[in-house]
Design a protein around this ligand. Structure first.
Ligand SMILES: C[S@@+](CC[C@H](N)C(=O)[O-])C[C@H]1O[C@@H](n2cnc3c(N)ncnc32)[C@H](O)[C@@H]1O
Length: 270
């Protein structure tokens, strides 16, 4: 771990592996296993995701890339990526334009983080990518540590419903420096009737995680953020490869639409 970033932690990790700090939060993240590791490292998923995001060869990222990278052209600060997942979020897009910027990339799943360490060691040595495994709902980081925090559906991916999202957003706010940026692409469902129809035909109750009590804007405001911009969006159909619901929607011939929005949020302290 880069010494400057190491100083930002406010507690000791349960484990340090290859210099990376692990806080044993696997229960909170996705339950990946060795089959996923094989796909990521041996079948080229990490490599392909990194290539697509860094070369703008991805329809969704190409819509947002200019707006995201514009912020880094003025501010060359280290950033924190939350819930990095198997795509590493916005990190490949940002580093492809700003290879010198250090970052701390995090996810609750330790197996994923260990796999990224292996991939970075073999393929991405030119970058200063630090890794840690912790939950975004309880970050082991000091207040006001980062100028920029980034998320690609990181808040959307948390597993404790609306309260979990508020907890995660409050943590992001706490860890941001005054005037800092939270750059987040988060998603939402656009047609609840279509979702209800698929669950009815499937014979299952609608998943709790799909019911948003508050809009993203309401959640951001509740946690203290000011919205600097939120005009850019991208819509796509839920695919059968996405999850069980996508598989059912495809089988019944019903389109469930997902909208991805880019939110540029600020922490302005009065
Ligand atoms: C669908 S991925 C999100 C997309 C990801 N940013 C990417 O670019 O691939 C979901 C990720 O969120 C992580 N996650 C879920 N809940 C979390 C939490 N509370 N804290 C940190 N990571 C979490 C999961 O472990 C998983 O890796």
């Amino acid at each position: 771990m880069n010494n400057d970033l190491e100083d930002l932690f406010d507690r000791q990790p349960q484990e340090i592996v290859d210099g990376d700090y692990y806080f044993h939060t696997d229960n909170e993240g996705d339950q990946f296993d060795e089959t996923d590791v094989k796909l990521w490292l041996e079948e080229g998923i990490f490599k392909e995701k990194w290539r697509q995001a860094s070369q703008n060869d991805n329809e969704l990222f190409s819509v947002f890339s200019e707006d995201v990278c514009k912020i880094f052209s003025c501010k060359h600060s280290a950033f924190l990526e939350i819930a990095c997942g198997p795509g590493m979020g916005l990190t490949p897009m940002i580093l492809s334009k700003n290879p010198q910027i250090p970052c701390l990339v995090s996810d609750a799943c330790s197996l994923l983080v260990k796999s990224w360490r292996k991939f970075i060691r073999d393929n991405l040595t030119e970058y200063d990518i630090n890794l840690s495994s912790f939950s975004v709902m309880d970050m082991p980081l000091k207040d006001e540590s980062f100028d920029i925090i980034t998320s690609f559906i990181g808040i959307s991916s948390t597993r404790s419903g609306e309260q979990g999202k508020i907890k995660a957003l409050s943590e992001v706010y706490r860890v941001l420096k005054p005037d800092g940026y939270f750059i987040a692409i988060e998603n939402e469902w656009t047609d609840f009737n279509a979702i209800k129809k698929v669950f009815d035909l499937w014979g299952k109750p609608v998943w709790n995680s799909m019911k948003a009590e508050k809009s993203w804007k309401e959640k951001f405001a509740e946690c203290g953020f000011t919205i600097e911009s939120c005009e850019k969006s991208f819509c796509r159909r839920l695919h059968k490869e996405d999850n069980d619901l996508g598989e059912q929607a495809d089988a019944f011939g019903i389109d469930i639409m997902l909208k991805f929005n880019l939110y540029i949020l600020r922490k302005f302290v009065k």
